[in-house]
Design a protein around this ligand. Sequence first.
Ligand SMILES: [Zn+2]
Ligand SMILES: [Zn+2]
Length: 335
Amino acid sequence: MIFEQPRSPLRLVERERPTAGPGQALIRVRACGVCRTDLHLLDGEVAVPAPPRILGHQIVGTIEAIGAESPTAPAGEETAAELALGARVGVPWLGFTCGSCRYCRSGRENLCPRARFTGRDIDGGFADWTVADLRYCFPIPAGFSDIQAAPLLCAGLIGYRALRFCEGAHRIGLYGFGASAHILAQVIRHQQREVFAFTRAGDREAQELARSLGADWVGSSEQAPPVELEAAIIFAPLGPLMTSALRVIAPGGAVVSAGIHMSDIPSFPYSLLWMERSLRSVANLTRRDGHELLALAPQVPIKTHVSTYPLERVNEALDELRGGRLTGAAVVTIA
Ligand SMILES: [Zn+2]
Ligand SMILES: [Zn+2]
C-alpha cells in the first residue's frame, strides 16, 4: 500500500520483493501498527521527503534473509545473535542514525540530524515484505502475538520515552487515551504510580478502557482532577491541552508532549509556568528505549487492546483514527 501524495488514500500495488543489502534483513511482515504519525504523513502535516513511499513503522515479522555484513559497521554495533534467520523481530520508527554526531555519541540518537525513519525515509511495513537495518531490529518477546506486539513499537515506545521525563512523579496525567496511553497506563500502574486519564468529553469507550486498565481517575480534558498532578503527558495533537495540563500540575511538575505534530499552543500567563514547571516535547526513540520497553512488557504484562484490518483496508484504519472512532490501537495484518 503506497503513499503517493498527501491527502490521497494509500494505493495497493504489486512490486518486486525487495532484497537485503549489507547489514540488512529481509523481513516477511506479519503485522504493522497504525500510528497517528502515519496520519500526519498522509494528511501532509509531516512531509514525506521522497514519495512514493510505503508507510508503517510498527512492524512485526520474521527474518527471511540477511544481507552480507556491512564492512563499515561501527565497532560495538555487531548484529545481535538472536537476530538470525527465522527470528521474529520488531522494526520501529528509528531506522538509521549516523553513529558519529554529538547526539549519537551522547546516547541521544533520537535527535541525530542524519536519522532516517521507517515509513517516511525508508519503506515501511504496510506491505508483505520489508527490508530493515539489523541494528534497528528488536527481538520480540515470546508470549506476545504479532498483533499484540505491534503497538509496542511506536505507541508503546514514545509513551515509554515520555515517561522518562516524568521521573519522580507519582500522579501522572495522560491526555488523549488512545494507543499510546492505554499501553503507558499499564506501565505506570505496574510501577505503583497513579494514572489520571483525560479523554475527549463523552468518549465513553476510551474512558471505559482507561478504567479497565486501572486508571485512578478518569475524566474529560476540560475537567480538573480532584488532586494536583506531578506530571502530564499529552498524546492528543492539540496545543491547548499543553496549557490545560499546566493548570493542573504542581510546582516542579513537567508537561510532556509526545506527538510529532500539534496544533498551536495558545499564549498563556507566565504564572502557569512559574515555580519550575516545565513544558517540553519528546522525539522518536533510542534503541535503548526499545530494548528496555520490550524487556519490561512481559513483566507488566502489557496487554494491548487492538482492532485489526487486513493490509488492503489500511485506509479504513486511518480514517477511523482520524475520526476518533478507534479505541486502543489499530494493527494491519498480513495474511
Ligand atoms: Zn548522529
Ligand atoms: Zn509512530
